[in-house]
Design a protein around this ligand. Structure first.
Ligand code: SF4
Length: 487
């Protein structure tokens, strides 16, 4: 077995630029930060914009319909590139790799490395082995052996970071492939989590998002049902940590102590993203989601009474097998009652390997589409009304380096309010030009369904994260700003 040499790649004549292409959820985004960190620790450097990298890593997602067709299509595009650059290597990881395993090498024999969701730490070693042995390498572990907390990470932003607190999920939702691919829940040690957050804050990070497939089940592995609330309170003790968020919680595990901890911990933001999936009790039952409409709305009511300013968002699946018009109306009813600040609405898609894919009563596409459009209209109207109610309020916006659009035209920067609403803020040169990571206090002057505009700037707080931002938002270079990426 070969090992990774410590000699710089370029000195050894090894092609050394990389690019990670990420598909799917925030967990994958965070895994990609680790993959980038690992590759840079092994001597690779990011490929310059517009150039195809020497090493292209696909971090795949198995959740969306046709994910595999898209992957094989993208892999085919690289065949001529690889022929022109024989030193090029292609690696495929993530959920689709965990699912398809050796099938990937059969369908795309020009791939060099296939690695699973439980062994992202092996990537540099597998690339080296494939190069030395001139043979494709595949490594898929069926279970996580050690929580991957000590892997190097390369973050996109200096001001915000994801922190994994658990991986895997013990639920069995019938539409979801995650438990099969990510395994059962593994919880990270509290001390380990807190020391990572301390280290991030020392580096200038202002905001952390605690991540878990079922984040509020945290503690199930060591038998403490209140562990998640305690963790939120412990985050509240970290000086310099200004914003704490988490995703995604499951209504089943949403205990009252978490609501109290959210309300009583100053740096836990007034925001909750809690997937509803369906408002119908019978659909929830066939989805194997163990809460019912009443329980879901009960949680929302408690959150609103503890944190009246909280913005609540959700995920909804429309057209789950067997969904009737009256089931769908129950979902619309919950959307009206909950008054979501945003609803991410998806058409049900059959995901191979899930129980729902072979359930009777699959809904015709036209019916799904019609329900989807009706639901989106209701959800947008509510989100817009909720946004309009904020006009005239003063918000502190953490300027992002990934969310702006039309900055050159509008002379605004973009960021997130404490409740996670997207806000476009005017640049007031008298007060100062904000950089990603700085905090601007401004008055909301306009509301749209999916964002706010705050053109009355009151103050600017410069931060260390702003100082080390790689992409200063300088008015003099606004016209040359690179396209901003969504977070
Ligand atoms: S809670 Fe359900 S939807 Fe979420 S990861 Fe677990 S099985 Fe999938």
């Amino acid at each position: 077995m070969s090992t990774v040499s410590s000699e710089p790649l370029a000195d050894r004549g090894i092609a050394s630029t990389y690019q990670v292409r990420t598909y799917g959820c925030q967990m994958n985004v965070h895994d990609s930060e680790r993959l980038s960190g690992l590759l840079e620790a092994a001597g690779y450097v990011p490929a310059p914009a517009g150039q195809v990298a020497d090493v292209v890593v696909f971090n795949t997602c198995a959740v969306r319909e046709n994910a595999d067709n898209r992957l094989y299509g993208n892999l085919s595009h690289l065949v001529p590139v690889k022929e022109a650059n024989p030193r090029m290597q292609i690696a495929v990881g993530g959920c689709l790799a965990q699912k398809d395993q050796g099938e990937i090498l059969r369908k795309a024999p020009w791939v060099d490395v296939v690695f699973g969701t439980h062994n992202i730490g092996s990537l540099p070693m597998l690339l080296e082995r494939a190069r030395v042995a001139q043979e494709a390498q595949i490594e898929i572990k069926e279970a996580l052996e050690v929580f991957p907390s000590s892997l190097p990470t390369k973050r996109d932003a200096a001001y915000a970071a994801y922190v994994s607190i658990s991986v895997g999920c013990n639920n069995t939702c019938t539409f979801c492939i995650v438990p099969a691919l990510r395994g059962t829940e593994k919880d990270r040690r509290v001390g380990d989590i807190l020391s990572e957050i301390h280290m991030l804050v020392d580096q200038g990070v202002l905001e952390v998002t605690l991540l878990g497939q079922n984040v509020n089940a945290y503690g199930v592995e060591f038998g403490d049902r209140e562990a998640f609330g305690k963790l939120l309170r412990a985050c509240g003790e970290i000086s310099g940590l200004e914003r704490v968020r988490f995703m995604s919680p499951h209504p089943r595990d949403f205990t009252d102590d978490v609501i109290t901890a959210m309300a009583e911990t100053a740096n836990v933001m007034p925001q909750l993203h809690m997937p509803l999936q369906s408002g119908s009790d019978s659909v929830l039952q066939s989805m194997r989601r163990s809460y019912r409409q009443e329980r879901y709305l009960g949680i929302i009511e408690k959150v609103r009474s503890a944190m009246p300013a909280a913005a609540i968002t959700t995920d909804i699946i429309v057209g789950f097998p067997g969904e009737t018009e009256s089931d769908f109306e129950q979902t619309v009813h919950v959307v009206r009652e909950a008054r979501f600040a945003g609803a991410y609405t998806f058409l049900y898609s059959q995901r191979p390997g899930t129980p729902a894919a072979s359930m009777p009563g699959q809904i015709p596409h036209e019916v799904m589409q019609d329900r989807y459009l009706r639901l989106v209209e209701v959800a947008n109207d509510i989100a817009w009304a909720e946004n309009k109610a904020l006009v005239g309020q003063t918000l502190e916006v953490l300027v992002a380096n990934g969310e702006g659009r039309k900055d050159a035209e509008t002379e605004r920067v973009s960021g997130r309010a404490p409740d996670n609403r997207l806000v476009h803020v005017a640049i007031d040169t008298q007060i100062g030009v904000p950089r990603p990571g700085d905090l601007v206090t401004a008055e909301v002057t306009h509301a749209a369904p999916h964002h706010l505009v705050a053109d009355r700037v009151l103050s600017l707080r410069r931060t260390r994260a702003g100082d080390c931002s790689e992409q200063p938002v300088d008015k003099s270079v606004l016209l040359g700003l690179p396209a901003m990426r969504p977070v």
